[in-house]
Design a protein around this ligand. Sequence first.
Ligand code: ZN
Ligand code: ZN
Length: 121
Amino acid sequence: MALSGGCFCGALRYEIDQGEYLSVNCHCSMCRRTSAAAYVTWLVVPKEHFRLNSSEPASFASSDHGRRQFCPACGTPVTCVNTNHPEIVDVTVCSLDDPTAFPPSRSVYTDTRLAWTDPER
Ligand SMILES: [Zn+2]
Ligand SMILES: [Zn+2]
């Protein structure tokens, strides 16, 4: 039984093989701007464990090595691929049908973290 997820409107759907995957909060400025959220929680999935079950996502280059992929109909950010790590696809944890399955275990780019993301607030 695979994990499943997709975009808000349902045009993009994907499956991920069951497994242990790293879940990371990214506080970089690119994730912040492209999601319009304070940070993005990513699931780091080896490419062979990820399958798109729908039409292809739209995408744009967010850096010289990263491409962000999103639903062309509703805009939900779903995946990010990086030519520096071609064996990996990063999947937005909150596009999973069950985001509770992968609580983040670490944060990266905390030097650019917004102070008000402090959990004490
Ligand atoms: Zn959609
Ligand atoms: Zn980021």
